[in-house]
Design a protein around this ligand. Sequence first.
Ligand code: THU
Length: 130
Amino acid sequence: MDYTLLAAQAIQAKKISLPTYSNFHVGAALLTADDKIYLGANIETSSYSLTICAERTAIFKAILEGERKFKAIAIASDAEDFIAPCGACRQIISDLCGEIDIIMTNQKDELKILKTSQLLPFAFSDKDLQ
Ligand code: THU
């Protein structure tokens, strides 16, 4: 799939975010191996640390629908520059999505594409638990 289209879905997903406290809208669009797209957005609560990022809502939605194989995730915000997934999301992407393309967007309609292992080198994983 053309990643411009996936990025457009992430931009759309910002509309469903609930950033009550930060007012920082983030959208994510997760592409499965068979080209289905799951949208996610950040959700905040009054107990700030319980906030969940856009990337994780998209991934958990997909996992709970039975999806297990993924190709890419696109992330969009209203920031001028590209935003990258936070550390917690990098771990979740690494564990649940594996080596996928992570597509970041900015306000100039540019895309920056990195692999999971580029954003989280030397990752902890299930292999370490054996
Ligand atoms: N946030 C995301 O949803 N994804 C990111 O990649 C970075 C941060 C959210 C969490 C919080 O709701 C808001 O952005 C400000 O940190």
